[in-house]
Design a protein around this ligand. Sequence first.
Ligand code: FE2
Ligand code: FE2
Length: 333
Amino acid sequence: MDDEPAALNALVRAAECMNLQCQTAVNAEQALAILEKTLTPVVVTDLRMPGLGGVWLVREIRKRWPKVAVIVLTALHEMDAMTQCLDAGAHQYFLKPINFNEFHHALQAALTSQRQKQEQERRHGVLEQCLRRQHTRLRRTYLAAINSLVRLLEARDPYTCGHSLRVCTYAARLAAKLGLADTEQAHVQLAAKLHDIGKVALPESILNKPGPLSPEEFLPVRKHPVIAERILAPTLRKRAVLAAIRGHHERWDGLGYPDNLRGGNIPLAARMLAVADCFDALTSHRAYRAAMCFGDAVAVLRKEAGTKLDPELVPVFIDLIENETEPCLLLRR
Ligand SMILES: [Fe+2]
Ligand SMILES: [Fe+2]
């Protein structure tokens, strides 16, 4: 770009000698219009021109097309403006009158640098794609390992078969109904699936005892949320999921375990798990008692709202299960 036609022609000739395609402009607006329409690796511009000056143009190009190289042409007395151009991101400057050999060299260097940048970007893109694929693969492997752990736990305790999956479904419904963000919903679901994983550490004699547990037998059971957290913490970096698992046996009145948290101090996801967990336990057969019918289980939930369970979550949960249509959950009604 140059507002002097003779200078413009000389630049075009120099570029065409290098087999480069050129478009010319006589002011900044025209130059920007060309850049908007045409993919341009290098802009050569005069510094002093009518209207918006060269410094403005360099800034505008940097802002809108950061990858375009800019070479500025200037007279000796404009060195202050030249410094501003370099500060604004111009790649190189040339004092007029131009030495065409040097100009060729500068154009070549600018183009080579552009190609290198493009190649770098292409490699970066390929690398990013590879990393994304690896991440997806790792995540799948991780989730498969988690599912195996859950199956292992449930295989040892036939009375809780399917428990984790049902708690996961209830918790997912509750999270959606409460309008939680997608990531929070995913965290609640993962926590629900894994909430009892700490029971793998319990002996079979306690896990399948056909009767209520004695206080001594109950001691190791009380540790299962903390054990779950310890098992998962090295691989599961999401604090919210670990906190929900650790807190799923906390009680609204502060009499739960392991931390005796109370009311709103218990993480929301843990309070949600507690409601879903409680309902599924009530409606499931145990070695020492038969499953409760839907109406009785709902009555227990209502009774425990405000003591064991979050009083605001219970009515939302009851409303949800009363309108449940999922076949495997309908059986619980
Ligand atoms: Fe549990
Ligand atoms: Fe549970």
